[in-house]
Design a protein around this ligand. Sequence first.
Ligand code: PBG
Length: 385
Amino acid sequence: MPETTPETAPETTPEAVPETTSEVISNVVPETSPTATLETAPKTTRKFVLASRHSQLAQIQTNIVRDELAKLHPDITFETSFMATGGDKNQSQALYLLGGKALWTKELEVSMLEGSVDLLVHSFKDVPTVLPEGCEIAGVLERENPLDCLIVKQGLSYKSLEELPEGSVVGTSSVRRVAQLKRRFPKLAFKDCRGNLNTRMAKLDAPDSPFTAIILAKAGMVRLGWGARITCDLGPPTALHAVSQGALAIEIRSDDEQARQLCRSITHWPTEWSCLAERACLRVLEGGCSVPVGVYTTLTEEPAEEGTKKGKLHITGCVTSLEGDKHVEHFIEAHVHTAEEAEAIGAKLAQVLIETGARQILDDINADREKRIQEAKEKNEKVDA
Ligand SMILES: NCc1[nH]cc(CCC(=O)O)c1CC(=O)O
């Protein structure tokens, strides 16, 4: 297949990037630093290795975090390391058979717990709502635009989902996106489109591609420098985005106090609290497998007493049946003073959704999933449920 990376793509393809890149950012002690006088003292400053998946987007995101850290901590050395994860390696099996989201994070966590790397940089939405023992999210950067967006195949001039002819094939592998869009656009067809963003864009633009358009997270497109390919945004009320979409999270070993301090220094608290509220909502709803949950959150900073924080949290959540025929949506607005209060609001939102119809939708989805796993087993497929 010819290289069909969009015109705006950087020169470097992901294949050109070595599996492991180690780059010393800075170990120079600035002259103004109080430690600058200890020139003969042994260098005890620890080196920190940031790690992520090896996709081009993951590398860009890791470099964003590294640059933020290096800017605030010029006396510390930061390196980066990139590796393939289960999710990258297995792109043919249906996502619902692959055993959950830990797919993208498990190998990285193992390396970190072994001590080979120190800070894991993730798209927050790929991080499971429950982390392994000994791991925690310690840092969250300011959120990029959290919405989904439509990208129409190159050469076609449709400007929105409304304009797509009946029966057009829209690519996405997200049950949330399919459910929400079937509800609004019953005449469109949806088809799996897997792989990292480079792969998905190439699949869309290939001359023999079945797709008229695909749906992606806008944040990824923007970070890759492909914003010009975005046809339109998909936001409320048409579509609510995934929990924590558009935010970057940094995971550390729970016993690594130095890493925690570094993460705190670059954390954007309104993003962190918003994402924690969204994750609390998902944790209550999901019971272990991926569900079509959409959210939209704003957190507006309010005047607070010295040394404290306060914000007005407005969080909307929805759960949609896989065929788009059932949908429950609710929002809560509350003043919050701590991350824990924000999480409590997210959990309460989930509770309200469950009581107003989400329970039935989720039970149906779990039954459907069980059935498909059973069918797959019967077909002798390797299933890791
Ligand atoms: N599911 C994969 C994934 N994980 C994070 C992003 C985009 C960046 C982000 O949400 O921060 C994407 C691509 C997509 O959903 O289109």
